[in-house]
Every structure is written in C-alpha cells, then in structure tokens.
Design a protein around this ligand. Structure first.
Ligand code: ZN
Length: 151
C-alpha cells in the first residue's frame, strides 16, 4: 500500500487523541454498537436539533480501527442534517464493501483513508461499526444494540 505510513499516522492520531471519545450530556439518541468477532463495543450518542446533528460522542472499547473510524465519522457528521449523514454512511459502507467514485470518496474526507480496509476482510466489521450504529439510530432503533455480526 503506497500510503501506508500516512494511513497509520492518522489511525494512531485518532487513537491517542480521539476528539469525540467522551460522555455527551443529555443526548437525544444513544445506541450500543457491538462487533462480537473482534470484541469492539461502543456506545454512540448524538444530539439532534431540527434534523441537524448538533453534537456527538462515543464511549467504549475496541480496536484501533473501530475507534478511529467512529471518531472520523463524528468529525464528518456533526453539523450536518441527518439525511446527509445517512448518505455518507451509505457511501462509506459501499467504499468498504465494493467501490465508490472519486467524488464520493472526497465527500468522506479523512474517513476515505479507510478504503484499504476493504482488502482486510477481518477488519471490515471494525471499520463499519460506528457507521452502522449511526444508521440504526436514524432508522429508529431505540433499544437493544446494533451489531455488525450479520453484515
Ligand atoms: Zn475491531
């Protein structure tokens, strides 16, 4: 992989200083996301006001990829309408599972570096965990937990 160093630097940065890993006061939505095949277990919390994601955070434990991916996702979706966040999640999931256009990749900003995960099947569920959990929140899951087990 040509950008391997860059990729590792960004992953490391999001693990040493995960900007959004904290407790969110009075969230409108919280949902646990679990990836049993790796042991990743996060709780995603979002504040939504008038259809706009005004703040978000996550707690929990997991591998470097699950944590960095969730942190990058929050970077990207905070301040955006939930419809756009869902659109971005769809692009991200397609990037990991198959292929996307350059224009689509640009929209993912930093999260686009996770494209290489598509070549590492064992890590795919780690990368999609936060995104899948966010999708489940907006599709109306209010209890239980989202899991990437069947993906
Ligand atoms: Zn993992």
């Amino acid at each position: 992989m040509p950008n391997n160093t860059f990729y590792n630097e960004i992953l490391t940065e999001h693990n040493i200083r995960p900007f959004h890993k904290k407790k969110l006061e009075n969230p409108d939505f919280t949902l646990e996301g679990v990836n049993p095949s790796c042991g990743d277990d996060i709780i995603l919390a979002l504040k939504v006001d008038d259809g706009i994601i005004t703040d978000g955070a996550f707690e929990g434990d997991g591998c470097a990829i699950s944590q960095a991916s969730c942190d990058m996702m929050l970077d990207l979706i905070i301040g955006k309408p939930k419809e756009e966040a869902l659109e971005l999640a769809d692009i991200f999931l397609r990037m990991i599972k198959s292929k996307i256009t350059d224009e689509e990749k640009d929209r993912l900003e930093e999260a686009g570096i996770l494209e290489d995960i598509s070549h590492m099947p064992a890590r795919v569920k780690c990368a999609v965990l936060g995104w899948h959990t966010m999708e489940e929140i907006f599709k109306g899951a209010t209890e239980g937990s989202a899991t990437t087990e069947d993906m």
